[in-house]
Ligand binder design. Structure first.
Ligand code: AHM
Ligand code: MG
Length: 335
């Protein structure tokens, strides 16, 4: 077996981000250090008394878990010491934090995604997305540095804390995956240039709001189930409820994920900057597609840090069919 660490892999690909030779490896080093520490804490969380709620709610009105807080603080502290990082924004914080004015990059994170699974030993993840700042180096970063849009990302990825700890990323040159080798304490290349199978084995969604979905989506999913039942090789339902875990499985095995909006709340639950943009770029790089039902996620303009969006991730042909169905639909009253 050829052994290639994350650091060696990046060093071999010096121009991973144009003009950012040392910066990118330092940023990924901090992300991988954060991943190792979070993985360490998760493994013994029940024994260390760090499960459960912290007793506060975040800016989105959601209860903050102790491990959400720990992960968020950890990444913020790591990047505060990184000279390349001009700013940090997190799903857990009210607003962004300006860091080093000399830094050329800003980072956006969902420090521990899958909050409902933290206490029950089910995989959770970290999602990140990096932008080159647009304000002048030497000045404090501003919100505009974070609101550049999905196509302006220079790197994006996720860390999955599951049976292994995995780090997958893209800089627009394919998706590459690394597995934490606990004995060596290093991430080793395990999944070079991942491509998503065109044929789906799985579908993943929480249908608790089926009757609140737009009628065209209800009809689309009803037809999908009917066709699936008749299929010689039907797809199976797999829904973890941690986006990183659901995404990762579907990326490797082929699958369709959705978290739609409802008629009353078309923007859905998931966040554009912290969850949708990075996953959309990763899936596009792996040969799949990401939309809000009709529009590519990466083309949705950002208007605020904590913006939400409906999210559909899967094979291109499937999402094209969905977009066709939804755009043919004339909105009707909620059923
Ligand atoms: P979180 O960022 O508060 O953890 O919420 C995001 C998570 C995603 O990981 C997952 O896809 C979704 O929420 C699950 O939501 P639900 O429990 O409504 O199915
Ligand atoms: Mg999240």
């Amino acid at each position: 077996m050829q052994v290639l660490t994350l650091e060696q892999f990046i060093a071999d690909r010096q121009q991973e981000i144009e003009g950012a030779t040392g910066a990118f490896s330092k940023i990924l080093r901090d992300l991988s250090l954060g991943a190792k520490l979070i993985s360490f804490h998760l493994r013994r969380a029940a024994l260390s008394g760090i499960l459960g709620e912290l007793g506060i709610t975040n800016v989105q009105g959601e209860s903050v878990q102790k491990l959400d807080h720990l992960s968020n603080t950890l990444f913020r502290q790591l990047f505060a010491k990184n000279p390349h990082m001009a700013g940090f924004a997190s799903e857990e914080d009210d607003t962004f934090t300006p860091l080093n004015p000399e830094g050329k990059y800003v980072i956006v994170v969902d420090p521990l995604d899958g909050s409902s699974n933290i206490d029950v030993g089910v995989p959770v993840g970290t999602i990140f997305s990096i932008y080159r700042r647009r304000t002048p180096v030497g000045t404090p970063c501003t919100e505009a540095d974070f609101l550049q849009g999905g196509r302006a990302q220079v790197a994006a990825g996720y860390i999955l804390y599951g049976t292994s700890t995995l780090l997958f990323y893209t800089t627009g040159k394919g998706v590459h995956g690394f597995t934490l080798e606990p004995a060596a304490g290093d991430f080793l290349l395990s999944h070079p240039d991942v491509k998503m199978p065109e044929k789906s084995s799985y579908y993943s969604f929480n249908d608790n709001q089926f009757h609140e979905w737009p009628p065209a989506l209800q009809a689309f999913i009803t037809t999908f189930h009917q066709e699936n039942r008749r299929s010689a090789k039907p797809q199976s339902l797999r829904y973890v409820g941690s986006l990183v875990a659901d995404f990762h499985r579907n990326l490797l095995k082929g699958g369709f994920f959705m978290y739609p909006g409802t008629v009353a709340k078309p923007e859905g639950k998931l966040r554009l900057l912290y969850e949708a943009y990075p996953m959309a770029w990763l899936i596009e790089e792996a040969g799949g597609a990401a939309t809000n039902g009709v529009q590519p996620i990466l083309d949705i303009p950002p208007t605020k840090l904590h913006q939400r969006t409906a999210l559909f991730l899967g094979p291109k042909t499937f999402l094209e069919k969905l977009a066709q169905t939804l755009s043919d639909h004339v909105p009707v009253e909620k059923v």
